[in-house]
Design a protein around this ligand. Sequence first.
Ligand code: ATP
Length: 601
Amino acid sequence: MRGQHASVSYKDTNWRIINRLWPYLKTHCHRIGLALMCLIGAKIASVGLPFILKHIIDALDQHSNTHSSITLPLGLLLAYGVTRFSSVLFGELRDTLFGRVTERAMHHIGLHVFEHLHRLDLAFHLDRQTGGLSRDIERGTNGISFLLRFMVFNIVPTLLEIGLVVALLWWQYHFIFAGIVLSAVTLYIGFSVFTTEWRTRFLREVNQAESQSSTRAVDSLLNHETVKLFTNEHFECQRYDAELTRWEHARRQNRLSLFALNGGQALIIAAALTTALIIAGKHVAAGTMSLGDFVLINSFMIQIFMPLNFLGFVYREVKGSLASIEKMLELLAITPRISDAPHAPDLHVTHGDIQFDHVSFQYTADRDILRQVSFRVPAKQKVAIVGASGAGKSTLFKLLFRFYDVTQGEIRIDDQPIHRVNLHSLRRAIGVIPQDTVLFNTSIWENIRYGRVDATDSAVQEAIRLAHLDQFIEQLPNGRNTLVGERGLKLSGGEKQRVAIARALLKKPPSLIFDEATSSLDSHSEQVILQALQEMAHEQTTLVIAHRLSTVIDADHIIVLAKGQIVEQGTHRSLLQQHGQYHKLWTLQQHTRHDSKPALP
Ligand code: ATP
C-alpha cells in the first residue's frame, strides 16, 4: 500500500518547537553557560548604574545646598564609567559567544532539511514549488537565528531585570513605585500578547503572499523559453502583478496592525512614566526624597521600559520566527512514501536478472496505469519495451528504480524483491538514460563526472569517447569547461542526450535502462552510439524503452505494451510473423521513414 505524505497539520505548540531545536544546541552547553554568565554580569552592571548616578547627584546636590566648595565625587564618577563600560563589554562578549552557537544550529538544521528534501520521493518533488520552498527554508533558518538570539538573551533577561528593579524600588522607596512598574509591565505584556496574537494572521498572510509571488516569479523565469514561444510576457506580468498586489495588501494590513500595537505600547509606557515622576516630584518638593532619588526613579523607569519596548518587538518577531520555523519543520514532518525497510540489506547483484511479477500500478487511485505486467530480463540480455505513447513504458523504469512502489505484485533483481533491499544499493545498481536530461548549471565535464563523482579523469574521458562527445567538446572554445546553462539549455537535445549517455556509462552499473535515450539524435549519431552501446551491453542487463522500433530490432526479447498490459512479446522476427500490433507499428514507421524498407535481421 502506498502511503500518503503525512498531512501537514503540524500543531506543535511554540514550546515544542523550541524543544525540537534543543538537540541542535545542546552540543554547545559550555558556550551557552559562559554567554549566560556574561548576560548576568551585564544585567548587574546596568541595574547598578542608576544607583551610582543617584549618589553622584546627591553628592553634588549636598554641596550646592550647603554652599560649601564642591569636591568632585571622583571615585563615584569613575565607578560610573567603569560600570557602563562593563555592561556594554559583557553584552558584546555574550553576543560573540552565542553567535557561534546560533550559526552552528542554523548550519545543522539547514543541512538536515536539505538531506530530508533529497530523501523525499519523486511524487513530493513533482508537487512542490521550488520558489516557495526555498523561501520557506530561508525564512525558517533566519527565524532560528532570531529566536535563539532574542528569546534567550532578551525576553528572559528583561523579565529578570524587571523583577530586580521592582524589588529594589519596593525596598528602597515607596511600594507605589513598584506597584506602578508592575501594573504597567503587566498591562504592557497583556496588551502586547493579545495584539500580537491578533496580528499573527496578517503576518502569516504576508509570508504566504511572499512565498506565492516568489514561486510565481521562479516558475515563470524557469519557463522563460515557453513564455517567449507563446509571446506570453504580458500574461506572465499580469499574473505576477496579481501576486504582488496580494502581497502589498497583506503588507499594508500588517503595517496598520503594527501601528495599533506600537501606539498602544507607547501610551502605556508614557502614562506609567508620567505617573511615577509626578509622585516622585511631589516627594522631592515635600523634602521626603532627594534629587538623586528623583533621577534614580526616572532612570529605572526608562531602563525598564526601553527593553520592554524592545520586548514588544521581540515577542512579535519571535512569534513570526516561530511561524517560519513551524513551516520549515512541517517539511521535516513529511514522511517519504518510499523509504528503506528497517535494516534493509544491500542488493547483491550476482547476474543482473530482472523480473517483473504480476505488477500493477496506479499513480492515483482512480486510474490503472499498469495491469498484471509480468516479464523477465535475463542477465546480460537486452529486452525492449515498445508501445504507444502513454502506454506505461517509462512507468516501468520508475518502478524498477523505486521512484514509486508497485500497487500489486513484485519486482525482483537476482531474486531479491527490490522493496526489501536498501534504496541506495538498488539505485547504485541501475543506470538510467532518461527521456529528458536535465543538467546542472556547471561545465560539461562536471556534468559527466556526476555519473561517478570519484571517477578518474581518464575514466571520464573514456565515457566521453564512447558517447561520441569528444569531437563536439574539442570544437568548443572553452572545451570541457564550457558551461551548459541552467538545466543544460545551452546544449542541443542530442548533445544533452549524449551527456546523459556518458554519465550512465561512467556509472558502470550492472543494469542499464534506456528510456528513449537516442530519440533526439540524428540517424547517423544514433547508429554510431547504438553500436558502442551494443558492445558494452554484452556486459550488462539492458532494458530499452523505445518509440523507434528500428533501434531495438537486435533485442533478445521485445515486449509490446498497450494501455498498461502486455499484448505481444517475442523477437523482432517472431513478432513480425504474428501480424499483430507490432507488425502494424513497424509497417507504419517504415512508411513514415520512406528511406528504409522493412528489415528482417
Ligand atoms: P511516452 O512514450 O509518451 O513516454 P510512456 O508509455 O512512457 O509514454 P508513461 O510515462 O509510463 O508513458 O505514463 C503512463 C501514464 O501515466 C500516462 O498516461 C501519464 O499521463 C501517467 N502519468 C505519468 N506520470 C504520472 C504522475 N506522476 N502522476 C499521474 N499520472 C502520471
